[in-house]
Design a protein around this ligand. Sequence first.
Ligand code: ATP
Length: 142
Amino acid sequence: MVKKKKGMNFEYSAGGVLYDQSQILLIEVENLQGKIVWTFPKGHIETGEDARMAALREVEEETGYVSEIIRELPRISYHFMRGGVLVRKTVRWFLMRPKEKTEIKTKDEVRKASWMNYDKAEKQLAYPGDHHLLRVIRREMR
Ligand code: ATP
């Protein structure tokens, strides 16, 4: 979903943090600046979808895992420049558990998907918002 306002675009995405036996699933992607980063799977909320549906769809497309939502996590907002326009993006995040493994459908976007323990995930994650999500999960899922 993209909304426009004077000089700024607003985008709304949804994603999932998959949790299984104290392991967290991270994906490796190339970001807009051409940097390779580890983060969590997510994507735009399409028309007619709610945040939960979008998060489940994006997780399945980007990781191959059909999943179920355990609960919602804090939403995270950030800014970035795309094509000379400032974008403010808000992402709704959901804690999920995997139910079934299928194929990754967005092989061009996702370089790798990898299960990691908390310590390794903490070392790999690039964005402050992702670190915040990991801290929340780590505190509650012991
Ligand atoms: P989507 O996965 O929602 O379709 P996208 O791939 O189009 O999104 P983002 O993942 O939002 O775009 O990345 C756009 C830019 O925002 C990145 O190049 C990066 O600089 C920045 N960015 C991405 N995720 C975060 C984050 N969690 N915190 C801060 N900045 C981020």
